[in-house]
Write a protein that binds this ligand. Structure first.
Ligand code: FMN
Length: 200
């Protein structure tokens, strides 16, 4: 039975394997795979949660951890679900695993520095960051293009990453700027095609 506070590590449902239809081993090198993946343009997010020993209501910058993640995506409208994944080597993994909530901050085009700080920065990554605390007590960055306060609904172990499914409790967005874009290992900005394909 599913409940809004279910935090189970779920087992992925395996595809049926008929004799002679098993997955074949990859016919490519890992670097080739990465290059192919990098052709998929993504936005960039910083996901925040509570640091070890911190509690909801703590306000000091060292009460939080955050990581840059481009693996964010939509999953479901009803109920409102989003997903992202974190490598099993990430130091913050136990915190995202155990925490009840996290905030996914979608970065605006002028937030490259924030992206780099939460990917490579040592020490207190929040000390030089401007943020406010959401209702969950977790940081929402000033200037973020959008934010999603999520209940940590479920996790799935797959390969060298853990897939997180978050149930969105609150969200917000800006209308006056566009997102930071990550493509072929480079950062850029969104540029609409003139007069084509506009969708509300
Ligand atoms: C643009 C960009 C996107 C990234 N996306 C992800 C991601 O989706 N998942 C992930 O595990 N690491 C991702 N990383 C790497 C992590 O941000 C980085 O390894 C982080 O410091 C790991 O967290 P830790 O400090 O808890 O070890 C990304 C890095 C960059 C620069």
């Amino acid at each position: 039975m599913d409940s809004p506070h279910n935090q189970a590590m779920r087992s992925p449902v395996q595809a049926p394997t008929h004799p002679g239809q098993k997955a074949l081993p990859p016919d490519f090198e890992s670097a080739h795979f990465r290059q192919a993946l990098s052709r998929f343009a993504t936005g960039v997010t910083v996901v925040t949660t509570l640091a070890p020993g911190a509690q909801k209501g703590d306000t000091h910058s060292n009460s939080f951890v955050g990581v840059t993640a481009s693996s964010f995506n939509t999953l479901s409208l009803q109920p409102p679900l989003v997903l992202w994944s974190l490598g099993t080597q990430a130091r913050s993994l136990p915190l995202f695993h155990a925490g009840t909530h996290y905030v996914i901050n979608v970065l605006a085009q002028d937030q490259l520095e924030l992206c780099q700080r939460f990917a490579y920065g040592q020490g207190d990554r929040f000390a030089q960051s401007a943020y406010q605390l959401g209702q969950s007590g977790l940081p929402i960055f000033e200037g973020a293009l959008a934010w999603f306060e999520c209940h940590n609904r479920s996790r799935y172990e797959e390969g060298d990453h853990i897939l997180f499914v978050g149930e969105v409790e609150r969200c917000g967005y800006r209308n006056d700027t566009t997102g930071l874009i990550f493509h072929t290992g480079q950062f850029g900005q969104f540029a609409p095609l003139n007069g084509q394909g506009t969708r509300a």
